[in-house]
Design a protein around this ligand. Structure first.
Ligand SMILES: Cc1cc2nc3c(=O)[nH]c(=O)nc-3n(C[C@H](O)[C@H](O)[C@H](O)COP(=O)(O)OP(=O)(O)OC[C@H]3O[C@@H](n4cnc5c(N)ncnc54)[C@H](O)[C@@H]3O)c2cc1C
Length: 461
């Protein structure tokens, strides 16, 4: 069984989650909640009433000739941004080439990554290196946790937020040292973590393998439902006056500096002129950047997730690994969701990133090593999603200084972070003088400072 890159903290994140079949969910009518039936495999509690969706007629209106802000991308980043902008009274048009929430935001695990994790560590594996970046990221994670805790109230619906706490396990003495090192940084950033081992770990986490070297506990970790979150942001954005337009791919962008409406956005369904534009295109953000002649520090990868048959409830917290790719949790439907950033190879369209046996096998082998109780539990389904990674692990957020009016909102652990980053970006777009600029690490133009500019091009999404 091959273990692709396990233990190589190369930026490939810890991700997973129940991709629900969406039984009656995505197609729900606009004005009725959808009760969840027993036994459905989607991580929702039985009886939970799903909030309503934007109806088709509200996402297929003709494009306006002009607007203040065009947001490109209907994942969680774009829908959250549209919500916060519209709530602040800004005229906003959100465009997606397909339906909402069909890419990373609807295929992820919904995990809140709060303690520092393998995908954030530098290639040395040492948490002591890259201290400034890690402190900034830990503080951002903590702020994201604070935001998710109250997001139900903000959006007036049940997003399936569960703060369960999370373990980050270590198998070796070296990995245990990384847990201690990163704990110091987490404490400085205000995140509560403790390193536990021996009998205490076996007492507190009897479901884990008894011979693990130790584990770091973070009570602030948890998860929410990715099938609800972005669609709900879109619904609330629309209620605040945002226009949401699906099946309108952005194919070209012209920029006329100094004009009142400097951006001409060419889509598969017409042309819109805008004062500002925001790239929320996730794994396709690089292509969207090139339309404006910008090179963004991003790359696209496919990630793998597995789900098992349901078993008696045994695991409440999330479990991750500091040296190998693993995220593991038991969903509300009692299935185990096993992910952690195992790769899926790129393939020509329409397959894109098909699931791979090697990844499914390697991923589940790590899960089994950490939680031997899974030995006779059958994997019933695997799926893949497409994620954007930034080269230097930091988000890409803010306004370009090279193309004024061109903004981006891109993050790798974007389910955790995008609502917060979108809110922060909306605040800066609506009242720039009232807020500090984003940290320099997030600079939209940072790759341009390192590389020659690239010629504008059109994209085929
Ligand atoms: C398998 C997997 C598991 C993950 N697990 C987690 C997790 O547990 N926790 C966590 O924090 N993060 C996780 N992530 C990462 C997280 O899902 C993403 O960071 C986040 O969803 C990104 O949201 P987004 O809105 O930026 O991008 P997306 O959700 O990918 O949305 C981008 C949108 O842009 C649209 N688009 C692209 N190009 C164009 C164009 N030219 N014109 C119009 N529209 C366009 C696409 O159709 C798409 O709808 C996971 C990712 C994957 C793939």
């Amino acid at each position: 069984m091959s273990e692709h890159g396990a233990g190589a903290p190369d930026g490939t994140g810890t991700h997973e989650e129940p991709r629900t079949a969406g039984h009656g969910v995505a197609g729900a009518a606009a004005d009725a909640g959808v009760p969840v039936a027993a036994g459905e495999d989607h991580g929702l509690a039985e009886g939970q009433v799903l909030p309503t969706w934007l109806s088709r007629d509200r996402t297929s209106e003709p494009l306006p000739a002009e607007t203040d802000v065009v947001v490109v991308g209907g994942g969680i980043a774009g829908t959250a941004l549209a919500y916060y902008l519209a709530k602040a009274g800004t005229e906003v048009l959100l465009l997606d080439r397909a339906d909402l929430n069909r890419e990373a935001s609807g295929t992820n695990a919904g995990s809140f990554h709060i303690q520092l994790a393998i995908h954030q560590l530098p290639a040395t594996g040492s948490a002591a290196a890259d201290t400034d970046r890690l402190l900034t990221e830990a503080a951002l994670n903590l702020e994201a946790y604070e935001m998710w805790r109250t997001l139900d109230q903000e959006l007036d619906a049940d997003l399936g937020v569960h703060i369960t706490g999370g373990w980050m396990v270590a198998e070796t003495a070296e990995q245990l040292q990384v847990l201690h090192d990163k704990r110091e940084l987490e404490q400085q950033a205000g995140i509560v973590t403790e390193v536990v081992h021996g009998d205490e770990l076996r007492r507190r986490a009897p479901y884990l393998a008894p011979d693990l070297a130790g584990a770091s506990w973070c009570p602030q970790e948890g998860h929410a439902n990715p099938l609800i979150s972005a669609p709900l942001y879109a619904l609330r954005a629309s209620e605040h006056g945002a226009r949401i337009r699906t099946h309108a791919a952005v194919l070209g962008l012209e920029h006329e500096p100094g004009a009142t409406l400097p951006f001409t956005v060419r889509t598969s369904d017409g042309v819109v002129r805008a004062r500002r534009i925001v790239n929320c295109a996730g794994a396709w953000a690089g292509e969207l950047g090139r339309l404006a002649g910008l090179k963004l520090p991003v790359r696209r990868e496919g990630l793998h997730v597995n789900v098992t048959e349901p078993r008696a409830r045994v695991l409440e917290p999330m479990v991750q690994h500091i040296g190998r790719r693993l995220t593991l949790k038991q969903s509300s439907a009692d299935t185990f969701i096993i992910g952690g950033g195992w790769p899926t190879p790129a393939a020509p369209p329409p397959r894109r990133y098909p699931t791979a046996w090697e990844s499914a096998a390697g991923n589940t082998a790590v899960a089994l090593r950490v939680m031997p109780l899974l030995a006779d539990v059958r994997v019933v389904r695997t799926w893949s999603g497409v994620i954007v990674f930034t080269d230097d692990l930091s988000p890409v957020v803010g306004e370009s200084s090279l193309v004024p009016g061109y903004h981006a909102c891109i993050a790798s652990t974007g389910f955790t972070l995008s609502p917060l980053l979108a809110r922060q970006l909306a605040e800066r777009m609506t009242a720039p003088g009232d807020h500090d600029p984003f940290p320099g690490d997030y600079d939209v133009d940072r790759a341009m400072h390192r590389a020659p500019s690239v010629a504008p091009s059109t994209t085929t999404p």
